[in-house]
Ligand binder design. Structure first.
Ligand SMILES: [Zn+2]
Length: 202
């Protein structure tokens, strides 16, 4: 950093550059845009971030992010509690909700298995998934688990692992339209919707 940039600005740039998709150059541009629009951008954003940090928590049931737990999806009686759609990340849940193809409940793993990055089943919300699926409580049984993992090596490894773990339950996976290496969050709604409807039994 040039010496002319104050340490507060430098800190802002450093923090912004940790965001996905922001290179150091983009982070500098974003910081400058924020500082130039103090009233309309910097202060409202800072308030929104403080409020988000205070109010938003992961749902204790499914791992979705919301201001209440259980989240609005888990608490919605119109959604089918007998069908669970397992996703890697909240972004994937949002993508499926945007596509509007699914009316059941979700389970957010919080990532995908990766030997390279040391992501083991214990680091994901796997135990809570089997608890939900094999729950013996009256009316709580799950009839179908839809594995909506990304079409990446990690996503598919995770799907295979979960298939073994959930044997005895109907497990389906997304089919056509998910390109190899593709992440659900990047698919358009039509493609995602087609993949969802064409899911196949395992
Ligand atoms: Zn939830």
């Amino acid at each position: 950093m040039p010496a002319t940039i104050g340490s507060e600005i430098e800190r802002l740039i450093q923090l912004l550059s940790k965001l996905p998709g922001l290179s150091p150059r983009s982070a500098r541009r974003a910081a400058l845009a924020l500082l130039k629009k103090r009233d309309t951008l910097l202060e409202p954003l800072s308030d929104a971030m403080r409020e988000a940090a205070r109010a938003i928590r992961p749902c204790e049931t499914c791992g979705n992010l919301d201001t209440v737990t259980p989240c609005a999806i888990c608490a919605d009686p119109r959604r089918d509690s007998h069908v669970l759609c397992v996703v890697e990340d909240v972004a994937d849940l949002w993508a499926l909700e945007r596509a509007g193809v699914f009316r059941g409940r979700y389970h957010v793993l919080g990532g995908a298995l990766s030997a390279l990055d040391g992501v083991t089943p214990e680091k994901l919300n796997v135990a809570s998934l089997t608890d939900r699926v094999f729950s013996q409580e009256e009316g709580q049984g799950v009839d179908e688990v839809i594995l909506a993992m990304n079409a990446t090596v990690e996503g598919q490894t995770t799907a295979h692992y979960l298939m073994d773990l959930l044997s005895g339950v109907k497990v389906t996976r997304l089919a056509h339209g998910v390109p190899v290496g593709g992440e659900l969050d990047y698919l358009d709604e039509g493609t995602l919707s087609a993949a969802f409807k064409a899911r196949r039994s395992l």
